[in-house]
Design a protein around this ligand. Sequence first.
Ligand SMILES: [Zn+2]
Length: 217
Amino acid sequence: MPEFKTEPLVVPSISGLLPEGERNRRVALTSFATSRERAKVPTREVVCYECGGRCEVPAAALSAACPRCHAHLNMADVELKPGLKRTTIRTLGDVTVPSDIVVSHLSIICRNLTVYGVATGSFQCSGKLKVRGTLNEDGKFGAATLHVKKGGHVTFAHIAEVGSAIINGLVEGNLSSPGEIEIRRNGELRGNCRCAKLTIDPGGSHTGQFTRYKDTY
Ligand SMILES: [Zn+2]
């Protein structure tokens, strides 16, 4: 049983009743919930986008503080709206660029990103990056998986680092992956490719050099 803590009771109002927030706080202080009961809240592991540290946060939270660097971590999903002013997006949630959006100077760090419109800038995704519209990288780029759908168009100004990639649209630029790069039936890669495994389906094409990942680039 937790130790019972007493606090001096200072009642600010004349009625003698504590304000609701303060009353709830005191009830929580003296409740008998064990740490095991509190741990039942579903959590998910996230990587802080400021310091790169891993931490557990409640799965349903919309924001959290990094226990390592104390950065405020936004966890909400973001959908870009027409006429947006803010082009720097940092979230542990997902970001969507809808089909009616054409935006440049973007700097996005997120989990999953889906591009239906036209997006230009820096993109760093800890999860899946799906492109059905157009994505132009002119800064930084990183994604656990890159999936360029049929009709999708991606250009890279620098060597793009991906965990793995499925290309069923057009990719112009150089790709590097410790995993597999798959060029599907409607896929075309114009650029050099360094990966552990490259597969090209009938109909797909690759123009450029292929280097095994273990080799130097
Ligand atoms: Zn941090």
